[in-house]
Ligand binder design. Structure first.
Ligand code: SAM
Length: 304
């Protein structure tokens, strides 16, 4: 069943988009970074680096699901969705190098909605090679692919993988887009493959005005209690930078909790192995609430 859906999506997609239009080798992505005059972005005081497309910030500190993904993905073919500047990719390449005697080299596909992030990721990889933190051969282990995971016609650019990581991307989606993304993720995994997710919970200090409303909706049994049509109604403006206000104020927002996340993955065929609240992976007075700031999920696609 799943494979026939995949074939349908492939055929459907081919009508609309050329499969390789946004697939880049390391050399191609690096050349693009020079052509577009893109440079490596500087992190802010909390260690996070702002995205170029107003989709939050990338964090360099590794949370629970990222670490589990890196552990499981050693020596395998792995994919990251919304991977931004490639911090997890660099770590995967580094550990692949260290483990090369025991394992085959990891093959890493870094994908993101915004191809400029991928070009900068190639620049970061080039810097690590120049610093001898990674060897030159690492460049042959990666591919960069621009993908919107909510779009069926775009996932034809991807293959099937042993492991997939999606970190801090789901809050940009509506519930309908999340359902689509999870369907696509199922198609992108090999049988016995595993998915690793980090998502934002409503227990974030910056949005704490929303917590009572969220808890009221949970008690009322609402299906997506963390969905907000306008973040403007709940953001703490006194504690926001001008950039955060312009970036997020008119956006929808989808906070997730273990129950909601587990249900959507089970509904779409996954066997959930672990799903729980975990604390922030970086220190932040602005975001820290009570140690339940993130929700992680690890799930498996069972062989037919
Ligand atoms: C908050 S950043 C997180 C970056 C990184 N995963 C991390 O955990 O630090 C969100 C990233 O998701 C990407 N993104 C947003 N919507 C997406 C979509 N529909 N498909 C793929 N990537 C998406 C953005 O371009 C951005 O790079």
């Amino acid at each position: 069943m799943a494979s026939s859906i995949f074939v349908f999506l492939l055929a459907f997609g081919c009508c609309f988009v050329s499969a390789n239009a946004s697939v880049f080798t390391y050399e191609q992505a690096l050349a693009k970074s020079y052509e577009l005059n893109l440079s490596i972005q500087k992190p802010g005081a909390d260690g996070r680096t702002q995205t170029l497309n107003r989709k939050g910030a990338a964090s360099a500190s590794f949370d629970y699901a990222m670490r589990k993904f890196l552990e499981f993905g050693k020596g395998k073919e792995i994919l990251e969705i919304g991977g931004c500047y490639g911090d997890v990719m660099l770590q995967a390449l580094r550990q692949s190098e260290a483990d090369l005697k025991q394992n085959e080299a990891t093959k890493y596909v870094l994908s993101d909605l915004d191809e400029r992030h991928l070009f900068i990721a190639a620049r970061c990889l080039s810097e690590k090679i120049q610093q001898n933190w990674l060897h030159q051969g690492s460049a042959n282990q990666v591919k960069f692919i621009q993908v919107d995971i909510t779009k069926a016609y775009q996932i034809q650019k991807l293959d099937q993988y042993d492991a997939v990581y999606v970190g801090k991307v789901f809050h940009f989606f509506t519930p309908e887009q999340l359902e689509l993304a999870v369907k696509h993720l199922f198609l992108l995994l090999k049988p016995e493959g595993q998915i690793f997710i980090t998502a934002l919970s409503p227990y974030l200090k910056h949005y704490e005005k929303f917590i009572p409303e969220y808890e009221r909706r949970v008690s009322a049994g609402e299906e997506y209690p963390g969905y907000i049509k306008k973040l403007r109604d709940y953001i703490d403006i006194s504690n926001s930078t001008p950039l955060q206000i312009t970036n997020m104020i008119d956006e929808t927002f989808l906070f997730l909790d273990p129950e909601t996340l587990k249900e959507v993955f089970e509904r779409n065929g996954f066997k959930v192995l672990e799903c729980k609240f975990v604390p922030l992976s970086h220190k932040s007075k602005l975001w820290h609430h009570d140690g339940r700031e993130y929700v992680i999920l690890i799930a498996k696609k069972e062989a037919d």
